[in-house]
Design a protein around this ligand. Structure first.
Ligand code: HXC
Length: 258
């Protein structure tokens, strides 16, 4: 259900980046248990490998993912949903240490949009369409579509998307702050891999700290977030990378992080 390609991040050291491609084309990458299980397994393995510095998650040119698998859900009872706390496990994607960039082309709907939002950054191609169409199925978003989306793009647009089920295009997603960059359809994955290589060239501990601090901004009140940021900033003065980064700047040479 997925393809995993681990690539060298550069020619100088052992660092690498990983490209995960959702690969269930017949169902527009609808996220069934098997696919999501594969995805969790792969990301958690990659997360344990300290040489892997960034993960890019993509789909096909037609669909990043058209949502949770409707055929798998349709006969579920309330008791069954409750008993397994359906979709709670998906949150593990947002708990990875390794930065993960969603590279979205085509449909990014329902659980697909929620999966993209669990990643640390979303970039997309001009063909991307984001939506929370669960309302058309008699349900609502169940893995962040009413929460993360509202925090990212504000109540007005989130309410519009969640109540009408209408999609927004790449330009609207960019203007709304849902995506960081929009690329041409042909270059999306290549550009996402460039971002991953750029991240891989930084100090791993400072990347991890930056990821933790920025993600905490969605959860914490400002003063607590600022305190966490300061403490992480202070902690980085215990690392060789801080000494190297600042010395390299003053010596007018590129930094060589460990
Ligand atoms: C299961 C899906 C699917 C889905 C598409 N397919 N989306 N199967 N679950 N979410 C299947 C179709 O049944 C069809 O299978 C094949 O993929 C191609 O889809 P078409 O509809 O023929 O393609 P097209 O006409 O191009 O329309 C594309 C589309 C449409 C607009 C994206 O497929 C669509 O509306 N999909 C559902 C989108 C959605 O409602 N997502 C939210 C799901 S609920 P066959 O066998 O007929 O070829 C959800 C809950 C999240 O995500 C809760 C927390 C995680």
């Amino acid at each position: 259900n997925i393809l995993v390609d681990v690539q060298k991040a550069n020619d100088k050291d052992n660092t690498s980046i990983a490209l995960i491609t959702l690969n269930r084309p017949k169902a527009l990458n609808a996220l069934n248990d098997a696919l999501f299980g594969d995805l969790l397994h792969a990301t958690q393995l990659l997360d344990k490998d300290k040489d892997v510095r960034c993960i890019v998650l993509t789909g096909s040119t037609k669909a990043f993912a058209a949502g949770a698998d409707i055929s798998e859900m349709k006969d579920k009872t309330y008791e069954e949903c409750m008993a397994v706390d359906m979709f709670a496990e998906w949150q593990q994607i947002s708990k990875l240490k390794t930065p993960i960039v969603a590279a979205v082309a085509g449909f990014c709907l329902g659980g697909g949009c929620e999966l993209a939002m669990m990643c640390d950054m979303i970039v997309c191609s001009k063909s991307a369409k984001f939506g929370q169409p669960e309302i058309n199925l008699g349900v609502i978003a169940g893995a962040g579509g009413t929460q993360r989306l509202t925090k990212r793009i504000g109540k007005a647009k989130s309410m519009y998307m969640n109540l009408t089920g209408e999609f927004i295009n790449a330009e609207e997603a960019f203007v709304s702050g849902l995506v960081a960059k929009v690329f041409d359809n042909e270059t999306l994955v290549e550009e996402a891999l460039k971002i991953a290589k750029n991240i891989a060239a930084k100090g791993a501990l400072s990347v991890q700290a930056a990821k933790e601090a920025v993600n905490a901004a969605e959860d914490l009140p400002l003063q607590e977030g600022l305190r966490l940021e300061r403490r992480l900033f202070h902690a980085l003065f215990a690392t060789d990378d801080q000494k190297e980064g600042m010395a390299a700047f003053l010596e007018k040479r590129p930094a060589s992080f460990k």
